[in-house]
Design a protein around this ligand. Structure first.
Ligand code: PLP
Length: 369
């Protein structure tokens, strides 16, 4: 286990030093006893499991390693972006003791910021919309945050514009509000450039293809930029939902939070993306249920990424191919949606989870740049 100097996240997991090793920072201590390394933290953002993968070959019959990003106290990959953005704002003097953080989030970034704000003693207001899961909202409130739920979509039919208008109005009303703005903040992608991509490369030095879901595109751009500089080519395949306009196309209804946008993300630079696979939400739901039947309960966007990756792999020669996909969170926050049959049938029709339909994880469409 190694400590990255200056890194607010500790890459926990399988990398262990045989030598007696002890590291100490203000936030985290690592001590070695006869059993191995014990990690001791004093702030929740100091811990993140960076080295856990699920081998999906036996479930989906294609070679794919799924990097699990949900094992930290915020429960999702958004801990990384939240930590990076708050640390930078702290460092740059943007935050003062009476600052009130405010952010537009579909949920996971809001939970991560709630956790960090509680840990650092800041107030936090999350502006979300009616697609945010109830459990996610309750989590933020339990961590002491205020949650504003926008229920009326903007003129384009999405919620993002309405959420951002609300954030801007709050900031204009009181200069204690600080909007880190995950949609434009460079720390969003830099977090993944610094942590996620090198962690994958360490475990998979022969990586051929990486599947990354796209929301703000922070994860996608951080990984894509890092692998562009890697010593061998890695194909970067972005996964998006139908109904999202990130890579063009028509806007449409999307119920799975996290992936997709109703506007083009300001962080996106398409020149780093080799291909895009778009996934129907019904196929994402089927992938989630297929994983759950094998004991792996992942979030809806993981179903989207896995479904898109399997579609891609089924159309390519996978002999000797090393492929990794990123799972942004776990499934507990989706018990009343993705894993609730009434909700699923109401959203996607009565047949969506029929066994024969379940067996095929396809109907994705591909766009090559
Ligand atoms: C569950 C989930 N999946 C995927 C994403 C997309 O990540 P990014 O914003 O880095 O594109 C998010 C972002 O909020 C998310 O919450």
């Amino acid at each position: 286990m190694y400590h990255v100097p200056g890194c607010p996240l500790w890459p926990c997991g399988s990398q262990r030093s045989d030598a007696a090793f002890a590291a100490e920072t203000g936030d985290l201590r690592s001590v070695v006893d006869e059993e191995g390394i014990v990690t001791v933290i004093s702030v929740p953002q100091a811990f993140n499991e960076e080295e856990l993968y699920v081998d999906l070959r036996s479930i989906f019959a294609h070679p794919l390693f799924l990097k699990c990003e949900g094992f930290n106290f915020a429960g999702s990959i958004k801990l990384k972006a939240a930590s990076e953005m708050v640390e930078a704002a702290d460092r740059d003097g943007v935050l003062t003791p009476d600052s009130i953080l405010v952010e537009s989030s579909s949920g996971n970034l809001g939970v991560a910021l709630s956790m960090i704000a509680a840990s650092k003693g800041y107030r936090f207001v999350c502006v979300t919309d009616s697609r945010c899961n109830l459990s996610t909202r309750l989590l933020m409130e339990a961590l002491g945050s205020e949650v504003h739920v926008i229920s009326d979509p903007d003129a384009a039919g999405g919620f993002l514009g309405a959420r951002i208008d609300y954030v801007r109005a709050l900031c204009a009303s009181d200069d204690r509000y600080v909007w880190l703005n995950q949609y434009t903040n460079q720390g969003n992608w830099q977090a993944h450039y610094r942590t996620t991509a090198p962690a994958i490369a360490r475990q998979f030095p022969q990586l051929d293809v990486l599947f990354v879901g796209a929301g703000t595109t922070g994860t996608l751009m951080g990984c894509a930029r890092w692998f562009r500089e890697w010593h061998r080519p890695v194909r970067i395949v972005a996964i998006d939902s139908f109904g999202s306009v990130i890579f063009g196309g028509r806007p449409g209804r999307r119920m799975i939070p996290g992936l997709g946008m109703t506007v083009r993300p300001p962080l996106l630079d398409e020149s780093y993306v080799d291909e895009v696979v778009r996934v129907e939400e019904a196929d994402a739901i089927r992938a989630c249920h297929r994983l759950a039947r094998r004991g792996f309960l992942f979030g809806g966007s993981t179903g989207t990424v896995v479904s898109g990756a399997m579609d891609w792999l089924s159309r390519h020669d996978t002999g000797g191919l090393t492929a990794v996909a990123i799972a942004p969170d776990l499934g507990e926050r989706y018990l009343d949606t993705v894993y609730q049959s009434n909700w699923v049938e109401a959203m996607y029709g009565n047949d969506v989870l029929r066994d024969d339909a379940d067996a095929r994880v396809q109907a994705c469409h591909q766009t090559a740049f």
